[in-house]
Design a binder for this molecule. Sequence first.
Ligand code: SF4
Length: 162
Amino acid sequence: MTDDLKRRVLDVYAGVDAAVAAAAPRCDASGRCCRFEEYGHTLFLSQFEADILLATAPPYAKPVTRAGCPFQVNGLCTARADRPLGCRIYFCDPAYEETGNRITETALVRLKAIADEFDAGWHYAPLYHFLNAADRPLDRPADAPTADAPTGRVPLPLTQEG
Ligand code: SF4
């Protein structure tokens, strides 16, 4: 992804963030929105969004299933800065549903226009599809041994987002 293309996609994110902030949907901080199967929905995203997410998201175990997002840890998102549009737009507040749908439609029109302009193609699929297809050195099969052995590194304290 070129810097120019990425900047254009991030512009779409900024517009979405502003629209969501203006709508001010209620969030109960239940974390259900990232546990897809339990909550009965699927997070779809474009290749653009997957590339941006995977450039900075923490390592995760493969295979990823449709059940949930591996970046949700203790109810919090560990990939928040570069999360895709669905994560920015989706809230379980019923009073916001129509507004959320409208924000999604507008954002997808903008993303598709960018794909056309850059002749980048359009690939839209569930999150687990992109996570399983990604080839990042630190991601590991789910049955790979975990690092139980001492590493000599000092564990970082867990922090809560406000
Ligand atoms: S990227 Fe973050 S907000 Fe999006 S589904 Fe995963 S944990 Fe939830």
